[in-house]
Design a protein around this ligand. Sequence first.
Ligand code: FAD
Length: 409
Amino acid sequence: MQKIAIVGGGISGLSLAFYLQDKYEVSVFEKEKWGGKAYTQKVKDYLLEEGVNGFLNNAPKTLELCEEIGIEVIKANENSKIRYIYDDKLIRIPTKPVEFLKSDILSFWGKLRVAMEFFVEPICDREESVEEFANRRFGREFTRRMMVPMLAGIYASTPSKTSMNAAFPKLKKIECEYGSLFKGMMKLKRGGQPSGELCSFEWGMSEFIEKLKSSTKANFIKKEIKSLDELRDFDKIVIATPSFEAAKILGGEIGKLLEKIEYNPVAIVGFDFDEIKPVSFGILSVKEKSLGILMDKYIFPNRNAVRVMVGGARYPEVKDLSEEEIIEIAKEDVKKITKASFPKFTWIKVHKNAIPNYSLGHRELVEKIFEKASDMGIYLTGNAYKGVSFNDCIKNSYELAKKIKEEDG
Ligand SMILES: Cc1cc2nc3c(=O)[nH]c(=O)nc-3n(C[C@H](O)[C@H](O)[C@H](O)COP(=O)(O)OP(=O)(O)OC[C@H]3O[C@@H](n4cnc5c(N)ncnc54)[C@H](O)[C@@H]3O)c2cc1C
């Protein structure tokens, strides 16, 4: 049996090990914690996600994997459909066209500008930022009230710093195929609703990680890999670490390319208050240092806290602050946004390099990196390249496993 080394025990590396176990002798190397950014802390009565909060149940590979390892997926309750933005005041995000017309999320002129989307010419011959795309198709008001919070929530980034083509390739494809997103959505009968419901596991993401590990026949080794030399006894090598870590292991020209993928820092601050409102999925902000407040305690069982995300591309200075300073920022923002104060429980986790930023040129950069990796006879996977979400990581690892097996015939 060929021996395969996987460096990185996050969801990308672990799911890859699961998919390869039938044909290879697999070893997974992890320098810190199994699960990486998918890790749940249990502190007193509180279940706190250090990173991944949940995933949408619209990705077949994730659901299949859950079934194969025998873990029950739980859906967030009805509160998860109630979402707010904060732009000097709380505004509920409408989910249906009729609600949108009645909502004060946009002014009358802002709504009219959104309706003009039907008539905006598509741009398909060049890359553009999310800001350029959204301003052009829906108007600046829409960008501020919808895209700024959305980018903060998914990528911890901003519309100006994110490539539309790399971060939302499906929407770009709809624009180019149908001439307009509205026309495309109507043909595809999506009606603007998010496809998929938010899901997690009863005891958080670590429950899934443990189940995945125990369902995988592999050598799980706690060790930091510093260079390829350490892996010379293996027939195949996959690097499933963040790209800046892959750069250190691989060095040379590919290392320089990998270093170009920037990461946004995010601190997660957990609080519990006697009372915090509104009961909802949470609130994403438009300009605060706190990107959003996730009301975990209202949407999943066994969670008794809320979590505040501080920093991102909007406030990268967060990575140079002390934990106490970050907690103060989060406390102030929560008080301003929800009026809740004097938390009875406080917790913090700082990710200095939390989420890769898919900047302009990301796709070309990734193509070059993959070409170089292929020349070197190694494989890369992970959220730095072709999708940041938990679902993307599983799908990409599934596809990589398929490719590796096919190459071996
Ligand atoms: C705060 C936060 C919230 C998020 N929320 C969500 C969410 O709600 N939904 C969602 O879909 N996605 C979310 N994400 C995105 C999420 O990070 C990815 O979906 C996924 O967890 C990334 O997995 P990965 O395995 O690619 O990388 P990682 O989880 O980063 O795993 C890489 C692993 O490699 C290890 N490693 C690094 N260098 C070495 C080395 N030299 N030797 C050995 N091991 C090494 C690391 O220790 C780490 O465990 C969130 C991310 C963050 C940071």
